[in-house]
Design a protein around this ligand. Sequence first.
Ligand code: AMP
Ligand code: GLY
Length: 430
Amino acid sequence: MKVLLLGGGGREHALAWTLRHSPALQRLYALPGSDAIATLAEPIAGDAADAARVAKLAEELDIDLTVVGPEAPLAAGVADALQAAGRRVFGPSRAAARLESSKIFAKEFMARHGVPTARFVACAGAAEALAALDQFPPPVVLKADGLAAGKGVVIAEDRAGAEAALADLFAGRLAGSAGQRVVIEECLRGEEISLLALSDGERWVLLPPAQDHKRALDGDRGPNTGGMGAVSADELLPPELRKRIEREIVAPVLHGMAAEGNPLRGVLYCGLMLTAGGPRVLEFNVRFGDPEAQAILARAEGDWATALLSVAEGHLRADLLRWSPQPAACVVLASGGYPGSFATDLPIHGLEVAGREAQVTIFHAGTALRQQHWVTRGGRVLGVTARAETLAAALEHAYAGVEPIRFEGMQYRRDIGRRALAWIAAGARI
Ligand code: AMP
Ligand code: GLY
């Protein structure tokens, strides 16, 4: 099988690594890939969100399956272009991708299908939004409608903060044009868990649960980021709770999308708050999370290339996906200043030593190779990932893998997985 992978970050490095383990894989290309991904796939320069170019490339290289990593190509209609050209694609149509690309679409869809989520109002203008604020005693959550790479969500502690954030959103200062329309919603409390499903539009299979760490600093403080680390462990969701989420959320979402004529082929990522009143949806993504993918895929076994092809063909073969029962953890090493501005091209030391640990796999998020030496290239630089008998052991191995790595300004959280360990120790109950 010839596979084209779209994207070039840590998630795509993990996807390339997983696909490489497939016996069915003959050739793997990556657009644009990265220097790290180039050790696993043949890189092709260009823009993964250029739908016409991707379709032409798939034609020229006679690609059997295109696997879409990030959200931008999906929102740009890359899957539609590939399908129109008669090419198989793992990743939903632009219409189905609205579950992620429009928070208003997602909220109204959930309301139509009785999917539990935070109470909300959608607003198209500042005056309307200010009036709607009266219905939401602080703290209140404000979200830009469109894709904003994590910058479009504000949790305002009081009315003045909410008004200031609304002004920023509508003026385009927080999330650019993504903030032309805004969702105001109630603030939910509880444990935040990610549960992903692979779906062919009709059937689905759940992946092992994961927990992200979105805030930049230890103790969940500091600004929101793309994700500073993640863990995946079955114990995060006891079987009953997992079944409840599947019944109350995954099933109605996938059935609802199909019933509305937009079957979701690819990943349904449910960002959930496990509240005292039950699981509630915070957000959907229609792709693997980054860095959740690194933790989840570190546990992947089986023939992923054939499994993802079966999704693309509309005949999901869940039997091809198997999981190690061992938990996994990923610690992100980020550039100093991230998620704000940061320097690049700084030499990275100690990678070879770190990679020698048997349990450790290092996924590159933002690096480049300069004269045989790795340098920093992005905000998130590396995802040091480990799998072991217990979550505590996986975390120990991951942090042991971090130890020898150095670059100027390197920052990372020291408390990845601490919350998950406490949640599991308390019985993982709501
Ligand atoms: P989102 O992009 O919608 O997932 O929002 C980013 C982060 O904001 C989430 O991961 C949560 O930590 C937080 N968040 C979003 N919506 C809510 C909510 N209704 N209540 C509390 N926290 C929220
Ligand atoms: N780590 C969160 C995301 O990928 O959206």
